[in-house]
Design a protein around this ligand. Structure first.
Ligand SMILES: Cc1cc2nc3c(=O)[nH]c(=O)nc-3n(C[C@H](O)[C@H](O)[C@H](O)COP(=O)(O)O)c2cc1C
Length: 177
């Protein structure tokens, strides 16, 4: 069974809330899901997972130092964990505050580790989407914001099922889901 890690940092709880919804989305599929804060996660969690959703508050337009340090500290794994599937989510103080740029900083880092990263083309509300990952200003409250987090988790589970479990059935549910 595919294994999914939702790894997040959160100072005031907003990204933690997003992580809950991402995990909820992933759990709609037959995968195992672990949700861990960066303070409790370890190298073993990274080795364990097939797919990871990495969430961070937007700090000066990029991921938090704690999230970056977590990945810096396990750099001895670099070159040995290629091919895991990765995606990003971020909470900023406001729209336009850089949450997508923060997602890109996470995706850049995951790519450096050799992960297969993805965005999502779906709209979860009018003029609301998650092309570079799920984003929120503060904690997700509106339906489309909550759905975007859930959709990220759903899509991560689907990609893991397709590429890791070899279950092509899930390709059908990717379009227009
Ligand atoms: C050091 C620091 C830098 C921040 N930089 C930004 C920023 O660049 N853009 C922004 O919109 N919000 C910024 N914020 C606000 C947080 O991104 C925002 O409050 C977020 O919702 C916090 O998420 P959390 O509750 O998961 O910690 C910053 C906050 C801190 C503490």
């Amino acid at each position: 069974m595919g294994k999914i890690l939702v790894l997040y940092d959160s100072e005031t709880g907003h990204t933690a809330k997003m992580a809950e919804y991402v995990a909820k989305g992933a759990k709609k599929f037959p995968v195992e899901v672990r949700v861990k804060s960066v303070d409790e996660a370890s190298k073993e969690d990274i080795l364990w997972c097939d797919g990871v959703a990495v969430g961070s508050p937007t700090h000066l337009g990029v991921m938090s130092w704690k999230m970056k340090k977590f990945w810096d500290d396990i750099v001895d794994l670099w070159g040995t964990i290629d091919g895991k599937i990765g995606c990003a989510f971020s909470s900023s103080g406001g729209w336009g505050g850089g949450n997508e740029v923060a997602c890109m900083s996470i995706l850049t880092m995951l790519m450096n580790y050799g992960f297969l990263v993805f965005g999502v083309t779906d709209y979860t509300g009018e003029k609301f989407t998650l092309h570079y990952g799920a984003v929120s200003a503060g904690e997700p409250r509106k339906d489309e914001e909550i759905k975007a987090c859930e959709r990220l988790g759903e899509r991560l589970a689907q990609w893991v099922l397709i590429y890791v479990d070899g279950n092509k059935e899930y390709l059908k549910s990717l379009k227009g889901s």
